[in-house]
Design a binder for this molecule. Structure first.
Ligand code: ADP
Length: 309
């Protein structure tokens, strides 16, 4: 169908569960992301007309992009419809927000083609419906950094508040992705239902300190607070050589090391590109000595999130 208008987007990969920020802190990457092309057409409804790079369903209700788009269109009266093309570079299930890139991209693009009727907080809620399809829970910890860029904190009680945090300019991220499968639902099931008051106290002290460190660009405090007592001790058991990799990263000047999302990808944070490259080489060397296939890349923090190309 002949489009009335179209938009091409870069939809970045993201890291959720940033160490102490289990379920609340996320960050956006620059170097890896999907592309999407969204067309505004006369015929109402949503169609996914093309997907390249990964085998994913074209059916609107089975693809997170379609579900997120439908959630947005339910909230507004429009005489138009939308066709979506998805060019996947982020492997689903890798733990760096593959589904979030599509869900957030769909609502960002449609909103732009409609003349921006919704703000990013509202788009987050629509995109979360897509995430619900992927993982069973409508969580915002990947879609928020994809939409807002930088570091985000999701405060989630009766309503969702996405809080944008500063991104110190010198920060680099190293991503190590072992090609093994960890199902998000299983990674959830492995967690204890309750934690002790002592653990909770340590965790929220770290989250507070981490947020303060971002504002003050205090890399020493940032490093000390990048520790997770809630999820990592349990989830790391399913990631081959996790403890050794953490030691390797920290002994190569990493500010912190953790699981990206619910894994299997891991992230290290570094001050400056030279340290990021050093950590990338050291982590890659460790996995090269095993039978595990993996990829490892470095990225700056992406301050703007989804971008119109
Ligand atoms: P990641 O671990 O990289 O964040 P997720 O576990 O969030 O990835 O999402 C992957 C799941 O979502 C897979 O089951 C995949 O089939 C499903 N899915 C549906 N639509 C998409 C899409 N457009 N992009 C990525 N994954 C999708």
């Amino acid at each position: 169908m002949k489009p009335i208008a179209s938009i091409r987007l870069f939809c970045p990969a993201t890291v959720a569960n940033v160490a102490c920020g289990f379920d609340v802190l996320g960050l956006c990457l620059t170097s890896v992301g999907d592309e999407m092309l969204i067309r505004k057409v006369q015929q109402k409804g949503v169609k996914i007309t093309k997907i390249t790079g990964q085998k994913l369903p074209l059916e609107v209700t089975k693809n997170v992009a379609g579900v997120a788009a439908l959630a947005l269109l339910e909230a507004i009266d429009t005489d138009y419809g939308f066709e979506i093309e998805i060019y996947k570079n982020i492997k689903p299930g890798s733990g760096i927000g593959s589904s979030a890139a599509s869900a957030a991209g769909a609502v960002f693009g449609i909103n732009a083609l409609l003349g921006y009727p919704f703000n990013k907080q509202e788009l987050t809620v629509f995109a979360m419906q897509g995430e619900k399809l992927a993982s069973g829970t409508a969580h915002a910890d990947n879609v928020a950094p994809a939409l807002f860029g930088g570091f985000t904190l999701v405060r989630n009680n009766d309503s969702i508040d996405v809080i944008s945090l500063p991104s110190p300019i010198a920060l680099w991220i190293v991503i190590l992705h072992p090609q093994i499968t960890i199902k998000t639902a299983e990674a959830r099931a492995i967690l204890p239902k309750e934690i002790t008051l002592q653990t909770a106290t340590k965790q929220w002290a770290n989250v507070g300190a981490f947020v303060s460190a971002l504002y003050k660009e205090d890399y020493n405090l940032l490093s000390k607070s990048l520790v997770d007592y809630v999820a990592t001790p349990f989830r790391s058991k399913n990631i081959p050589y996790y403890n050794e990799l953490e030691t390797i990263a920290l002994s190569n000047n990493a500010l912190g090391f953790g699981i990206s999302g619910s894994g299997p990808s891991m992230f290290a944070m570094a001050k400056g590109k030279a340290d990021a490259l050093k950590i990338q080489a050291a982590l890659s060397k460790k996995y090269s000595e095993t039978t595990i296939t993996f990829n490892c890349f470095i990225s700056k923090i992406n301050p703007e999130g989804i971008k119109i190309l």
